[in-house]
Design a protein around this ligand. Sequence first.
Ligand code: 1GP
Length: 261
Amino acid sequence: MGKTKVWNYLMDIINSGRAVHLTLIDPDPLRQPAEVAGIMAKYAAEAGTDAFMLGGSTAFGILDETILEIKKHTDLPVILFPGNVAGISKYADAVFFMSVLNSRNPYYIIRAQLTGAQAIKIFGLEPIGMAYLILEPGGTAGYMGEAQLIPRNKPQIAVAYALAAQYIGFKLVYLEAGSGAEEKAPLEMISAVSSTIDIPLIVGGGVESPEQAVEVIRAGADMLVQGTFIEKTILQDKGEKLAKVTSAMRKEKRLKSKQGK
Ligand code: 1GP
């Protein structure tokens, strides 16, 4: 596999004029066993998601098994979303090599990364450098990442972080409201960040409907992450509600082209 295969896949979608939909699966045995995650991935792929993100903040024990189950059901890319160094698996296709830029603890900015970097090389994973910015309320990610949460009414702080991330050389910026957040990232903040940076913007946390997904995309997100919504619905409806989200997103034509290759 080429070292930029997954990145090119994501950028080709964005440059074709639509936003990317990412399904987040937390490989947590308290949420679902690996076999069930495989079924969820099957339905999500059939419902039109573009790729899978595998990760979480607190549970790491069944990552390998979960990825192998997912790969039984779909050829879509599996991208690691590691909450810590234990969140790396040789069975994935790529890794969001992320830094919690607004952490108060240098461990989450660079020390976990130096601890995990050689494993990524040995495993041959495609690294995709990503600046991870956690805003209020932040949820478990904010707590575990010891983030100095970006206030929801301060889009200029998110803009400054995102621009710094671009200038440092990150390939992506992720605005994270926290998994299961009651309120998704403010549209004003998404719009301010998106209109300032040239690299792609990922938004996640608390997006629960096609209408909300469209709002986030219209505000300027290039990729949307959904975890909780899919976890709550997909086994019951076999992806029917998710398909409404992905089809609403596909109808949103976008003009802005992003740096990426
Ligand atoms: C969490 O942004 C992701 O890291 C997804 O959030 O679970 O609320 O969809 P949800």
